[in-house]
Write a protein of this length. Structure first.
Length: 264
């Protein structure tokens, strides 16, 4: 019987199989690289706004405190956006005829809030609470970058899960004194790791342990996890504070080893 396939067919088949596997690996690598790229995450891309508000001017030059506009950052999951009246607290007197501020004046006339374009947007499956991070000594610039140098706001970091975990696994590298949380000029000291470890202990920061490590606290039931989703202020996350000398003893109710802390 005549041979149906050419003798080289076996070699071609092997090469095709290995080639297909190699192509899948390369495609996966390219997709992962694209997913992490600044093009996709929009890191460093200034976001246009209805009014070109300059943090560089208002924070860097004038020295406005973050909480002047983002008033709920210490008490709520959402940092808050300034009401039109907050803007006009200054601009009813300063540059009150400037064309660039017409959207602000129109907002007041029409009683419609300004529609700011969001710069930092987490996926719906991820939960982030500003107040607990501020209460634990995480500075604004740690996540948002040098806001006092941004003419228009842009995203400084990707906000990916990997990026979040590097802080939760090693908070001593990022935490700062609470009085410096809103200080845009604060720089980590040379002995940040040593000072950070002291602050982690002082502020009772729950450190995320590597996979396989014993959890710091027992996991919560499903009903308790649902109840945790309604929390919005730092007090909701703390047990009752007890004064023992100079520093209060604060206990974090939800262990960071529980996925439902961030994914609800």
């Amino acid at each position: 019987m005549a041979q149906i396939f050419h003798p080289n067919t076996n070699a071609i088949s092997r090469a095709s199989i290995f080639g297909a596997l190699f192509a899948v690996v390369i495609a996966g690598w390219l997709l992962d690289s694209f997913n992490r790229s600044d093009y996709w995450t929009e890191v460093g891309v200034p976001r246009a706004q209805p009014v070109p508000f300059s943090h560089a001017h208002h924070v860097g030059d004038i020295g406005l405190d973050c909480r002047y506009c983002h008033a709920s950052v210490e008490t709520s999951a959402f940092a808050g956006m300034p009401a039109t009246e907050v803007c006009l607290g200054c601009h009813s007197q300063l540059f009150n005829k400037a064309a660039i501020l017409e959207p602000v004046r129109a907002s007041l006339r029409e009683q419609k809030p300004l529609q700011w374009n969001r710069v930092h947007h987490l996926k719906e499956f991820a939960y982030f609470n500003h107040s607990i991070h501020v209460a634990k000594g995480v500075g604004c610039s740690t996540c948002h970058g040098p806001v006092n140098e941004m003419p228009l706001m842009w995203k400084q970091n990707s906000l990916s899960m990997q990026w979040c975990l590097q802080c939760h696994r090693h908070p001593e590298n990022y935490v700062r004194p609470k009085e410096a949380v809103f200080d845009m000029d604060w720089q980590p000291p040379a002995d940040q790791a040593e000072q950070g470890r002291r602050l982690v202990e002082l502020y009772h920061i729950a450190k995320l342990e590597p996979a396989g490590a014993a959890p710091q606290e027992p996991r919560k039931s499903a009903s308790a996890s649902k109840a945790a989703a309604a929390k919005s202020s730092p007090d909701d996350y703390f047990e009752e504070e007890q004064q023992t000398g100079a520093a209060p003893v604060v206990k974090f109710r939800d262990p960071l080893t529980n996925c439902s802390v961030c994914h609800r």
